[in-house]
Design a binder for this molecule. Structure first.
Ligand SMILES: [Zn+2]
Ligand SMILES: [Zn+2]
Length: 205
């Protein structure tokens, strides 16, 4: 048995006035990842829309209200057409409520309320090695790319043709970019700092 107090665990800063505490290490979990988040208004649970192909995620809202963008690529199982359709939207999850994302469902959670948000986020299996973002491959137009987090750079790898691109920050201001639901296109790449928008990630050449 392992028994921990969340407040005793070392916090990692999230934004200006929030934190994330990993409980997986102190609890020595083998099959589930558990993170406790305390987010100030305007802060995010993740860096934009992403999916884990190899992990199911559940978030339980303890205090406040979380807003999740959700996005699912509906691939044609018979491969009769190259066009992939998708569905997406926004869902708010209040205190005492929980939300579950299946492997492959894109999601992005944030605190869009004025009050603090406290969330317990769980993922199983514990380690995820196949994280995707909903951006088209510049070589073959495959509709998502796998993120590979290296020591110094974030690389996007096409799971279909193997094309690799190094991610770069906002060309306007250098700030980190994120994928969000778009108004005219399904998804859009946005800079949280200067508000610049791109249809596809501006990869470094
Ligand atoms: Zn490709
Ligand atoms: Zn910018």
């Amino acid at each position: 048995m392992e028994h921990v107090s969340i407040d005793d665990e070392e916090p990692n800063a999230v934004g200006n006035d929030g934190d994330r505490r990993s409980l997986s290490e102190p609890l020595r979990t083998t099959d589930v990842a558990i993170n406790h988040y305390r987010l100030a208004s305007g802060e995010e649970l993740s860096g934009g829309l992403h999916a884990h192909m190899d992990q199911e995620e559940v978030s339980v809202v303890i205090e406040g209200e979380a807003t999740f963008e959700t996005f699912t690529l509906l691939r044609d199982a018979d491969c009769e057409s190259d066009e992939t359709t998708s569905e997406g939207g926004e869902v708010t999850v209040g205190a005492g409520e929980a939300i579950r994302f299946a492997p492959g469902e894109f999601q992005s959670g944030a605190n869009e309320s004025d009050d603090e948000l406290v969330v317990l986020a769980m993922g199983a299996p514990r380690d995820s090695e196949d994280v995707r973002i909903p951006a088209d491959c510049p070589e073959c137009s495959h509709d998502d790319m796998r993120l590979e987090i290296g020591e110094s750079a974030l690389t996007f790898v096409c799971p279909d043709c193997g094309a690799e691109r190094v991610s770069q920050g906002c060309p306007e201001c250098g700030h980190e970019l994120r994928v969000a639901l778009g108004e005219e296109t399904q998804t859009v790449v946005v800079c949280r700092n200067c508000g610049a928008e791109f249809e596809n990630p501006p990869f470094a050449e």
